[in-house]
Every structure is written in C-alpha cells, then in structure tokens.
Design a protein around this ligand. Structure first.
Ligand SMILES: *Cc1c(COP(=O)(O)O)cnc(C)c1O
Length: 238
C-alpha cells in the first residue's frame, strides 16, 4: 500500500469513528484508534506514524520486538504500544520492557508478576483486564464472574494501574449480533465502579474490531482495535 492509500484509509476510519461516536451522543476524541499490527511490516507502521497514527496493538511479544527494533527511535517514542494478545509468563519481562499498555491481564498470577516487574523497573504499568465474553472461547480472558476478585487483586498492586476492560467477542456475520457482548462488558465496568474497587472512576473499554467497531462505539468503547480496516486484508495464516 502506498502512503496516499494509507492516508485515505486512516481518514475514512477516523470519520466513521466520529460519526458513530456522535450518533451515540459521545465525543469523537473519547474514542482512541489502536491500529492492530499483526503481520504488518514496520515500514508501513512507520508511514502510519508519520501520517499521525499514535496507538498500535501487537499480539505477540516477539513480533513486536522485531518491529520496534526497526522503528526510528523518534517514531517509537512518538507512538504508544499496546499488547493485545495473550501474554505467557515467560514473556512477561520482555513485554514489560517493550509495551506501554498491557490489555490482556487475565489471572492473578500474571498481575502479580507484572506488578513485581514494574516495581523493578520503577514504573507504573497501565493494564486492562481481558474478559471472556464468549463462553465458547477456549483461550484468553477470565470469566465475568471471576472479574471482581481479579480486579480487587489488581487494585492492590501499586505498580499496576487498572484502566478498564478488554474483550474479543465471538464473530458474527451480522455485526449487530455482537452488540450484547459489548453491552455486557460495559455493564461489568459499571458494576466495578459501583463496587469502588479502585479509588478513581474506571473508564476504559477496549472493544470493537474492523467488522463491528461502530457498534462497539455505540456501546461505549473507548479504544477500538482495527487491523483490516486500516491495512487491508491480512495474508491467510494457518
Ligand atoms: C487482529 C486483532 C484485531 C484487529 O482485527 P481486524 O478484524 O483486522 O480489525 C483486534 N484485536 C485483536 C485482539 C486482534 O488479535
């Protein structure tokens, strides 16, 4: 893809985000676009940063590391990197070094490990708890009824800052069918706020992908994670 095409795609996506936000009585600037970069080469990411994109999401620690190494330091510093894929504990240290936000905390053990690593690095790591809103999903995310206990543990980790909740709902041909899952995540966040597990107002809802982000925004998404809508279709992976 050439820079002109990328520019048009980013512009179109931003416009659709703004329209969806206004339709829901929200402000466009309250929704952050996170460009999902799995399989996307660093050259293209570089162009996107130059075109003004600031937030990027990677699924795998190793893939992220390879790409970030290739980014000019100034562009790395101008960008914020979110881990949006499952994190294994043997990659936690590297993840802490590479990422600015970890969106996929799904166990107390991982939370405590990240808290220790953040303490060592003398920093506070912004995190999201990944909730499994799709009961048939086999991996990643905690079940809704386990959320409150995990949130309580995270709240007691001084080097983690809980920003909100993240989910990957099931895929439906009809994007409208996914709405209940987004709504569920919003209600869970609202219940966390009612329980006052953290002393500030929790706002973050990372939900919505290329296929369904407008619906996610109507349901309150503060971060949408878009790959295909920005970069075009990914090469088919096995
Ligand atoms: C790949 C991916 C996305 C983006 O998916 P698209 O359908 O290409 O927009 C978002 N979130 C996660 C966790 C992903 O793995």
């Amino acid at each position: 893809m050439n820079p002109a095409d990328l520019h048009i795609r980013i512009h179109q996506v931003m416009e659709r985000i703004a329209v969806a936000a206004r339709r829901a009585g929200r402000r466009p600037e309250d929704v952050t676009l996170v460009a999902a970069t799995k399989t996307v080469p660093s050259q293209l990411i570089e162009q996107a940063i130059e075109l003004g994109l600031r937030h990027f999401g990677e699924n795998r620690v190793q893939e992220a590391e390879a790409k970030m190494k290739n980014l000019p330091v100034a562009l790395r510093q101008a960008s914020t990197w979110h881990l949006i894929g499952h994190l294994q504990s043997n990659k936690a240290r590297r993840a802490m070094e590479l990422f600015d936000v970890i969106q996929t905390v799904d166990s107390e053990r991982l939370a405590h490990q990240l808290n220790r690593l953040a303490a060592e690095a003398n920093r506070t790591m912004p995190i999201y708890i990944e909730v499994k809103t799709d009961p048939s999903a086999t991996k990643s995310g905690i079940l809704p009824h386990e959320l409150f206990e995990l949130a309580r543990s995270v709240a007691q980790c001084p080097h983690l800052r809980l920003e909100g909740l993240m989910t990957v709902p099931p895929f439906f041909e009809r994007a409208e069918d996914v709405r209940p899952y987004f709504r569920e995540l919003r209600l869970l966040r609202d219940r966390l706020n009612q329980q006052r597990l953290v002393e500030y107002h929790l706002n973050g809802l990372s939900m919505g992908m290329s296929h369904d982000y407008e619906i996610a925004i109507e349901e309150g998404a503060t971060l949408v994670r878009l790959g295909t809508a920005i970069w075009g279709p990914r090469p088919v992976q096995e």
